[in-house]
Design a protein around this ligand. Sequence first.
Ligand SMILES: Cc1ncc(COP(=O)(O)O)c(C=O)c1O
Length: 402
Amino acid sequence: MAIISRAARFAARTAHLRASTIREMLKVTQQPDVISFGGGLPAPELFPTDAIARATQNVMERYGAAALQYSVTEGIPEMRAWVAQRLGRRCGCEFDPDAVTIVNGSQQGLDLLGKVFLDPGDHVILEDPSYLGAIQAFDAYQSRYLTVDTDDEGLIPASLERVLERADPFPKFLYIVPNFANPTGRTLSAQRRRQVVAICEHFGLPIVEDDPYGELRFEGEYLPSLIACKTTAPVIYLGTGSKIMAPGMRIAWLVIPDEEIREKIVLAKQGADLHSGTLAQYIFAEYARDGASFDAHVARIARTYAARQAVMSEALSASMPRDVHFTRPEGGMFLWVTVPGVDTAALLRISAEMKVVFVPGVNFYPRRNVHDGMRLNFSNATEKNIRVGVERLAHAIRTYGG
Ligand SMILES: Cc1ncc(COP(=O)(O)O)c(C=O)c1O
């Protein structure tokens, strides 16, 4: 009888999968007295539960069995048209609904991109730090990473250029979160957007623009999406309903003007799950059909997060030691704190005992080489809890130092 060794039991790519600290931490935060700045959860009290109940009723009356049937891989026409129209309105240009593929969360979009672009050992260009979920998705395809430096205006174009000049093998794409990035809350400035697109065009490098927070701007001016730039560099845009509707619906979208890339993505999705849930798509489309009330809903989310960000910034200014720095994002759900000389993974152990948690920054660095950052989420805690949580955190930092 042939005996399979333990090592050979799983595919080699599983060796690269890393446990998500964030998911692990979410378990700790189930305890009711812990204040969590850790997860990336939207404020649940803003989910439009009644309106979704009505939309569901309408869908069942209007579409009946069709809403429960298999449907096409690309997504139902109502959803694709809505995405093209909404993104077009925001960007001031037209998108063809045929360029839209509805996916099961933008997380699935990232996985599909890995599937169609990445062979083992291929390079992906990432901002340093970058969204952990993207690293996890690409890790499954045994990719390697080239990192580009960032500052308060986001990715530094000169660093991107340097990395591309030296890259061997040449990378498959740049992955970037230009608006209110996860984890830093930083936004790529208008001038840098033009520079990044020009560099990618020069090198023929595809751009993956992940934009879950773009609609959640609560201050400052709209900045053009990379996909709206006139360029020959292929741009693949990811948007999601998770932060402007509800993440549990798992409705998100890829917008890919390049037909060849799109076809590969659709085939990969067909193999993965045939299509995203028909019922959730119909309910989303029905709820979003009334554009004015959808806009009002998104504006309410942005207002709430603006107030929470302001409370968090104020509390940080008031209670943190002088050398602690933090970003003041103009939108989104996260801000980034730098605590010089502190290993924030060790700090988390102290702060968890004091019943406040966050995500240590090291998790967002592909090379796990920077230890003094932390990501704080401001969307999910009440203003009162934000004040109490920041005080506990400041106490934890002082305890660490002492
Ligand atoms: C930058 C980024 N991309 C993708 C995702 C995944 O979102 P979705 O719920 O659409 O899968 C998140 C979620 O937090 C995110 O922050």
